[in-house]
Write a protein that binds this ligand. Structure first.
Ligand SMILES: [Zn+2]
Length: 392
């Protein structure tokens, strides 16, 4: 018997999506996690499943890594002032999202734009989401928006205080490529990851960021390459994919046609590992609890890409580019899972086939750090089969 504190066994899994482009489907019907980390994947008869504190019978459904939304705009707790919505993060959990990355807490009413104030907001945001995970969702936040006048020591102070992300470059007063490039370099020097707003203005007050600014700034992620919402012209999108090696982020609240173009270009370049997905919510377009699943169904069906590959964009690719310990089903990683199945009465013989035809799957359970966080989704279409907890 293992003497572990908290052991989760998920058995009777029908299919395992790995989150890794190199091998998107894994052999096995069972996953074991101890104290929130994956310890084993394989066939139940070959694994040590004794002493489980929780056993889940997957009932034949698919296990995938929890989805990661690479681009959100949180403010505080599970409330967004942007559309006056409560519990939007919980709603996204019901859409299979177990981790989110802030692209700036820009919707904070009265957001400070002076340098000491913006640093204070970033540090406070990082802390309050580290200390409080809405419905268990891992919110990586505290992403300062660059303003003119910031100096190298500001980035060092932010990093020393625990800040690891920049808000979208271009949402503040820094819009020139040269200034952005200098600040992105300072951020990188101190271990802070950067992303840049790409495309036309999102809301009144923001501006155009075209390909020349994006290339000059050289942020780690080409944020919403398909616009948020207005995309750049097609030739600029392909130029960005071809002329830098940074992350290609496609968002729900962008231009779908431009998103397909960016994905296809990444495949033509032989670089699908650069593609990551986000919603860019909350925003003028609202909040999309099923946004990441909708992106997966859209890119798979209209782009004609196997769904197990597209799932990697929202899991393993993002985890690798964002340096997160979730997103891939392998020993040592966070036990963040979703259990999903073909939606009731959806066409297609299997869940993957129905997604390839443009349909959403049904979420039957979410698990974060080895703890069950939700059961049958209140937001997705109902799954055909549902996993259940086996009573000891
Ligand atoms: Zn943006």
């Amino acid at each position: 018997m293992s003497a572990s504190g908290n052991k989760l066994v998920i058995r009777n899994i029908g299919l395992i999506l790995s989150g890794r482009l190199e091998e998107p489907l894994l052999d096995g019907d069972c996953v074991v996690a101890v104290d929130g980390r994956i310890t084993a994947i394989g066939h139940e008869r070959e694994l040590d499943t004794d002493g489980a504190s929780t056993t889940v019978d997957a009932n034949g459904v698919t296990l995938a890594p929890g989805l990661i939304d690479s681009h959100v705009h949180p403010v505080i707790g599970d409330y967004t002032p942007r559309q006056q919505q409560l519990h939007w993060i919980d709603s996204c959990l019901h859409g299979g999202v177990t981790a989110m990355i802030s692209a700036g807490e820009v919707h904070m009413p009265g957001r400070p734009r002076d340098i000491v104030g913006l640093k204070a907001l970033a540090i406070a945001s990082q802390r309050w989401y580290e200390n409080f995970r809405p419905s268990g969702v891992k919110m990586h936040a505290g992403a300062p928006v660059l303003e003119e006048g910031m100096e190298e020591h500001d980035f060092k102070e932010l990093a020393d205080a625990g800040v690891t992300l920049l808000g979208e470059v271009g949402l503040g007063s820094v819009k020139a490529g040269e200034t952005a490039q200098q600040m992105v370099k300072w951020a990188r020097k101190y271990g802070i990851q950067s992303t840049i707003h790409t495309g036309g203005p999102s809301i009144p007050g923001s501006g155009l960021i075209d390909k020349d600014v994006v290339l000059e700034a050289d942020a780690d992620i080409i944020g919403h390459i398909n616009g948020g919402h207005t995309a750049l012209p097609d030739d600029q999108i392909t130029c960005l994919c071809e002329n830098c090696k940074r992350g290609i982020e496609i968002v729900h609240n962008g231009n779908e046609r431009a998103g397909l173009l960016a994905m296809r270009t990444a495949f033509e370049l032989g670089e699908p590992e650069r593609v990551i997905l986000g919603t860019d919510a909350p925003a003028g377009s609202g909040v999309q609890p099923l946004g990441i699943l909708r992106m997966i169904a859209m890119l798979s069906s209209l782009g004609d890409i196997p769904p197990e590959t597209v799932f990697c964009f929202a899991t393993g690719n993002t985890a690798r580019i964002r340096d997160l310990d979730c997103g891939i089903i392998e020993p040592g990683r966070s036990a963040d899972f979703i259990l999903i199945d073909r939606a009731q009465h959806a066409p297609g013989k299997t869940m993957l086939e129905s997604i390839h035809q443009g349909n959403l799957p049904g979420v039957g359970m979410t698990i974060i750090d080895g703890t069950i966080r939700s059961t049958r989704s209140r937001n997705t279409p109902p799954a055909t089969s549902l996993p259940f907890v086996v009573e000891a």
